[in-house]
Design a protein around this ligand. Structure first.
Ligand code: PLP
Length: 429
């Protein structure tokens, strides 16, 4: 392992905890210096994927230049260095979400694969014709489709917790949705489409009182706020590295250790076995039982560096910064004529995601004009079509913030939005 991978809390901001030096942070992200159509890039599509700091990019280069090797089975020095760095990244992930041990952390390709892993293994063994799975209307497709497939295959029921007028979960009457047949509640901690923060700790307590297991989709929470899976008391927790300054191609499934022990493997092959005969095989210990084949070694190591970076900033500080940006953006957007803003009104109830629309304009048209001003936002259904159907819209425009965004960038967004609205208003007259 290299020095950079083994050292945490090196001091990224040079500022004491409690305030982030955003100008200094921005210098770590080379892509933020580029222009789009001659305008400075204003990257507000962080809920889709975040940008990457130089420290991560350099760690990937260092890995390929100096200790690239396959892991776990090599007897040579390079293999040992790569194995140590890979397993150290697992330990960093465990500490970051306060998992009881690194053995509770399974590396996958992304959140989607982590949820599918649970559906295929735990789900297949535990969901039957008399069972039910409970979701919410705020879920991303990756926390819907695996459960649709499983419940259809098993003849089980699939239900959804609805929404209040403020687009928070409608928890009145939850007892009617979660009954003795409900084996699993699978819920996102933060909605990628509206930003709504769900009370997952309370939901987990309620579910457990009912004998229901809990999976939390943390794709939009772990990157943006402190997360403690033990305090939350969830059974499964899934998230993706690429949304938290890390590389694409790495996801995480956390599960309570006893669950991982009893679950069948997901994929079969090398790495996930202890011994293979002509007839059968004995599985490896957890978590390697769930990591068949050569894993994404470089990117897992890079993910460890991204976690160091975030840990050094402090997740309380990251959350405070995003709340400040969201509060300002909400205030500015509310001053604009005709803009419809979705999600809870109080920034304390939402992550750094703001979804909005103009009544007669297609979100794609808005997004395309914003792009011409250098502003990258997402426009569409955000992989949450049941939610869009509920809101009776085809999609929304979504601005999503991260640790390198500034209040000035919100001003650029608002100005460009005004231009886009004026352009289309004139166009339709
Ligand atoms: N869940 C939520 C809440 C998300 O926002 C996303 C991605 O946007 C996912 C799941 C899927 O993540 P991935 O595409 O990395 O698997």
């Amino acid at each position: 392992m290299t020095e950079a991978e083994s050292v945490t809390n090196q001091g990224v901001t040079g500022k004491p905890a409690g305030g982030l030096d955003i100008a200094r942070i921005r210098e770590d992200f080379p892509i933020l210096a580029r222009e789009v159509y001659g305008k400075p890039l204003v990257y507000l599509d962080n809920a889709a994927t975040s940008q990457k700091p130089r420290q991560l990019i350099e760690a990937l280069v260092r890995y390929y230049e100096s200790y690239n090797a396959n892991i776990h089975r090599a007897v040579h020095c390079l293999g040992e260095e790569a194995t140590a760095a890979y397993e150290e990244a697992r330990a960093k992930v465990a500490r970051f979400i306060n998992a009881p041990s690194p053995e509770c952390i399974v590396f996958t390709r992304n959140t989607t694969e982590a949820i599918n892993l649970v559906a295929y293994t735990w789900g297949r063994a535990n969901i039957g014709p008399d069972s039910g799975v409970l979701l919410t209307l705020l879920e991303h497709h990756s926390n819907i489709v695996p459960w649709q497939r499983l419940t259809a295959e098993k003849g089980a029921s699939l239900r959804y917790i609805g929404l209040t007028e403020q687009q928070t979960l409608e928890l009145d009457g939850l007892e009617n949705l979660m009954d003795s047949r409900t084996r699993l509640l699978s819920v996102t901690q933060v909605s990628n489409a509206l930003g709504t923060i769900n009370p997952v700790q309370e939901l987990a307590a309620e579910a457990h009182r009912n004998g229901t297991m809990v999976l939390v989709d943390g794709a939009q929470s772990v990157p943006h706020m402190p997360v403690d899976v033990q305090a939350m008391d969830c059974d499964f927790f899934a998230f993706s590295a690429h949304k938290m300054l890390g590389p694409t191609g790495v996801g995480v499934l956390y599960a309570r250790p006893e669950l991982l022990q009893e679950m069948e493997p997901f994929l079969g092959g090398g790495e996930m076995i202890k011994r293979v005969t002509q007839e059968d095989a004995i599985w490896n210990d957890v978590p390697w039982k769930f990591e068949a084949g050569t894993p994404n070694i470089a990117d897992v190591i890079g993910f460890g560096v991204a976690i160091d970076y975030l840990s050094d900033l402090g997740m309380e500080n990251v959350r405070a910064h995003e709340m400040e940006i969201s509060e300002y953006a909400l205030r500015r957007l509310r001053q604009m004529e005709e803009v419809i803003i979705y999600g809870p009104p109080d920034p304390a109830d939402r992550g750094g995601v703001i979804s909005f629309n103009y009544p007669d304009l297609h979100p794609h048209d808005i997004g395309t004009v914003l792009d011409r001003y250098g502003v990258a936002v997402r426009a569409g259904h955000h992989c949450a079509q049941p939610l869009m159907h509920h809101l009776d819209v085809s999609g929304t425009v979504r601005a999503s913030f991260y640790v390198y965004n500034t209040l000035e960038e919100v001003d650029v967004l608002v100005d460009a939005l005004g231009q886009a609205h004026a352009f289309f208003s004139n166009d339709t007259k």
